[in-house]
Ligand binder design. Structure first.
Ligand SMILES: [Zn+2]
Ligand SMILES: [Zn+2]
Length: 176
């Protein structure tokens, strides 16, 4: 876990407060004790993480039978989610991790139902935008279709192995 600095800690606590407040108003959480969510340790993922936007880490030796909120070691969010522009998506991600913390380990049907009851209806769609943003940020290469003029930011060169999805032209590499 990356330890948040002081201003990051404040932003994380603000976000926690907001998410718990919204959850308290949600029909689907009415029978759950949300108070323990206030005590979970919040941390950050590494800045160059691109695959994950958030993660719930359990203490060692925890299995499906003894999932309990007391056994959550940390919840970690991508540090860039603390930028103002990603606020709505940050709340969605923290809600997602709180669902895990409340004992729903797998992304099954019930999990998705809980996740989609979040009132920010389009927040889930922001996930692909955030992924794209992270890709652009860490891109060392653009894979370019000279026919369609499309650019795909990537960490590694395509080295002639990939074709444009639209027109099948072989993509060429341009260094960022
Ligand atoms: Zn998850
Ligand atoms: Zn093309």
């Amino acid at each position: 876990m990356v330890k948040p600095n002081e201003s990051q800690s404040i932003l994380l606590e603000d976000l926690r407060f907001l998410v718990i407040e919204i959850m308290s108003d949600m029909e689907i959480w009415q029978d759950f004790d949300l108070l323990p969510l206030q005590k979970i340790r919040l941390g950050l993922l590494r800045k160059n993480a691109t695959q994950r936007h958030g993660v719930t880490k359990w203490n060692r030796g925890i299995t499906a039978d003894n999932l309990s909120i007391d056994n959550v070691e940390t919840i970690e969010l991508h540090p860039d989610l603390l930028n103002n522009e990603w606020n709505a998506y940050a709340a969605f991600v923290l809600h997602h991790e709180f669902i895990h913390a409340l004992g729903f380990r797998n992304h099954d049907l019930l999990f998705r139902k809980l996740e989609h009851s979040w009132p920010g209806k389009n927040a889930g769609d922001l996930g692909s935008k955030f992924t794209e943003y992270l890709r652009k940020k860490s891109a060392k290469w653009f894979w370019v279709c000279s026919n369609c003029n499309l650019q795909f930011p990537r960490k590694k060169p395509s080295s002639g192995r990939y074709k444009c999805r639209k027109c099948s032209t072989t993509l060429v590499d341009i260094e960022v």
